[in-house]
Design a protein around this ligand. Structure first.
Ligand SMILES: NC(=O)c1ccc[n+]([C@@H]2O[C@H](COP(=O)([O-])OP(=O)(O)OC[C@H]3O[C@@H](n4cnc5c(N)ncnc54)[C@H](O)[C@@H]3O)[C@@H](O)[C@H]2O)c1
Length: 270
């Protein structure tokens, strides 16, 4: 198994699915990778921490080469990312959008028959209005090295870091649709999960950032009335990655306590 992003969501899914497997844990932060690897090894998992950067193709290729030394790659969990309060527009586009696209592409070239993957998108992408068929297709199909040259992704067309994050997450969902066709040719499946507010270090940075009140109000007024946990995201991932999800591929699953529903048709309406 390859896990990119040694955060709470990634670990929760890896713990649910990674029993009996060698798990390669890649993260830009060596400390994060080692901390999650130690926690998991102490709980009976077999992990190796690796410092890497999903926004750099060579770094992804090295990670894949390393994983292949242990056998076929049967699972991918991509939970690496930066949030609107953590990074610049440029970094968000490079990591969340381009990095995810390259990772899905490169793992898709080597994934084993029967393999499965999930990538973590976000409810944030669901709050953005429709972009239209033409832009959707560009986000889905443009070759990875051309992606960041698209008009819609030029800084002059992006309002702020939240807008960049929403575009990145919308792109993730479109890429998963397009990639699922290629993964399917290898007998493998790939899906996306769009979580709402899940309490993790990344979410805590948002609570303490400039949109903190907005996020706290969002979970207080959503139908569930609370933020979610990484283990609840793992519940969805378990369905998608196990045999029970054998007919699900190229799909995106929103798990947000109803926040998006309320944003469009309830008390969270702006
Ligand atoms: N927590 C939430 O409320 C929430 C909601 C929706 C979506 N998400 C998404 O879930 C994913 C996981 O987030 P989390 O909440 O578990 O956060 P987290 O901060 O616990 O984990 C994210 C990890 O990604 C790593 N990372 C950042 N840039 C990287 C890069 N270039 N290469 C490799 N690793 C990198 C970080 O070091 C960190 O360890 C992210 O894509 C995030 O956008 C989170």
């Amino acid at each position: 198994m390859i896990l990119t992003g040694a955060g709470q969501i990634g670990m929760a899914i890896a713990r649910r699915m990674g029993y009996g497997m060698k798990i390669i844990i890649g993260d830009k932060s060596k400390e994060h990778a080692e901390a999650i690897a130690n926690t998991m090894n102490e709980a009976g998992f077999d992990t190796v921490p690796v410092e890497m950067d999903i926004s750099v193709r060579d770094s992804i290729l090295s990670l894949i080469e390393m994983a292949k030394q242990y056998g076929d790659i049967r699972m991918l969990i991509n939970a690496a990312g930066v949030s609107p309060s953590q990074a610049s527009i440029e970094t968000i586009l490079h990591v969340d959008l381009y990095g995810t696209a390259v990772l899905l592409e490169e793992v898709g070239k080597v994934i084993a028959e029967g393999g499965t993957g999930v990538t973590i998108s976000s409810q944030s992408g669901h709050r953005m209005p429709a972009l239209g068929a033409e832009i959707d297709e560009q986000l889905a199909m443009t070759p990875t090295e051309e992606l960041l040259k698209l008009d819609v992704l030029q800084p002059v067309n992006i309002r702020d870091t939240l807008h960049a994050y929403q575009l990145a997450k919308r792109c993730n969902v479109k890429r998963v649709m397009a990639e699922s066709v290629k993964w399917g040719e290898r007998g493998a499946r790939i899906n996306s999960i769009s979580p709402g507010i899940i309490v993790t270090p990344l979410a805590v940075d948002e609570f303490n950032g400039q949109r903190g009140e907005f996020y706290k109000n969002m979970f207080a007024k959503c139908p569930a009335g609370r933020p979610g946990t990484a283990d609840e995201v793992a519940n969805v991932a378990e369905l998608l990655m196990s045999e029970r999800g054998a007919f699900i591929t190229g799909a995106d699953f929103l798990i947000d306590g109803g926040a998006t529903a309320s944003y469009f048709y309830g008390p969270l309406r702006p």
